[in-house]
Design a binder for this molecule. Structure first.
Ligand SMILES: NC(=O)c1ccc[n+]([C@@H]2O[C@H](COP(=O)([O-])OP(=O)(O)OC[C@H]3O[C@@H](n4cnc5c(N)ncnc54)[C@H](OP(=O)(O)O)[C@@H]3O)[C@@H](O)[C@H]2O)c1
Length: 249
């Protein structure tokens, strides 16, 4: 498959490497032109590209950029992309910590619905509820003991099927988490968010999410996360924090 990835940071970069390993032709771009991604592309076995050319002939697109950057993408960037091509949104909204505030999201709009509006086309939300460390290090072949789940939400059944296949190919168990509107269930501070859960653990965690509860936890999260990171926690300690903090209580 030909896969276009915009954003080669922790998540987009890891996905690029893993999808190349899975046998795909991966094209990568960021906001700074072909030259800026050429060293990474060479190391990863991907093809460097400008933003305007990265989608040419793509069978799937992955946007792995900060949430506010979605609104800064050139208008009509995806206009020539056939409707049959799925666009994956990996983004998460961290207001007050990393991201500038976005009024619609402050009012409770589902994050990926907002992304879909910025792009003017449907998206599939995936790879947002797994940490980059896990994506890089904890993948297992299908059937592997304790294989971790990755939630996949969206409205187009064909798009979702293809993205679930990609999740499987990079070593994770795809979990169908419902419609795009319902993808608030896998957003930051919800019970299924970045907890290294298997698919069997993730499904009840998605169901347990309470609408609006994550936004109420944000202030405490913005206070507690820097304290945690000041201690240079291990991955297991980050996961333990997420499981405790995100749980419904
Ligand atoms: N890190 C994680 O563990 C994790 C887990 C799940 C989901 N996510 C989410 O996935 C997204 C990416 O996260 P990340 O940690 O990989 O971020 P990151 O390491 O900061 O990388 C972001 C990438 O996006 C590119 N970018 C930024 N603005 C852009 C624009 N306007 N046009 C094109 N490219 C642009 C950056 O390159 P230039 O700025 O050089 O263009 C960079 O390559 C975020 O929304 C994040 O919340 C992260």
């Amino acid at each position: 498959m030909k896969i276009a990835i915009v954003g080669i940071g922790s998540i987009g970069g890891t996905l690029a490497r893993r999808l190349v390993t899975a046998g795909h032709e991966v094209r990568v771009a960021n906001s700074r032109g072909k030259e800026a991604v050429s060293t990474f592309a060479k190391e990863a076995g991907a093809v460097p590209s400008d933003l305007k050319d990265v989608f040419n002939d793509a069978n799937a697109v992955i946007l792995s950029i900060p949430q506010p950057a979605m609104a800064a993408l050139p208008k009509n960037l995806l206009a020539a992309l056939p409707a049959s091509v799925p666009v994956v949104d990996t983004s998460n909204y961290y207001p007050g910590l990393r991201d500038e505030r976005i009024p619609a999201l402050e009012d409770g709009q589902t994050e990926s619905v907002w992304v879909s509006e910025q792009l003017g086309r449907p998206v599939i939300k995936a790879f947002n509820n797994i940490l980059a460390y896990s994506l890089e290090n904890l993948g297992k072949p299908k059937g592997g003991e304790g294989r971790l789940g990755v939630a996949v939400a969206g409205d187009d059944a064909g798009h979702k099927r293809l993205v679930m296949q990609l999740v499987d190919e990079v070593g994770f168990e795809p979990v169908d988490s419902g419609s795009l509107e319902d993808s608030w269930r896998q957003q930051p501070c919800t019970p299924a968010y970045c907890c290294d859960y298997t698919a069997d653990q993730m499904r009840p965690a998605l169901s347990a999410a309470v609408k609006g509860a994550a936004a109420q936890k944000r202030e405490a999260f913005n206070t507690q996360l820097p304290v945690l990171f000041a201690k240079k926690p291990s991955h297991d300690e980050v996961i333990a924090f997420n499981r405790r903090f995100n749980a419904v209580n």
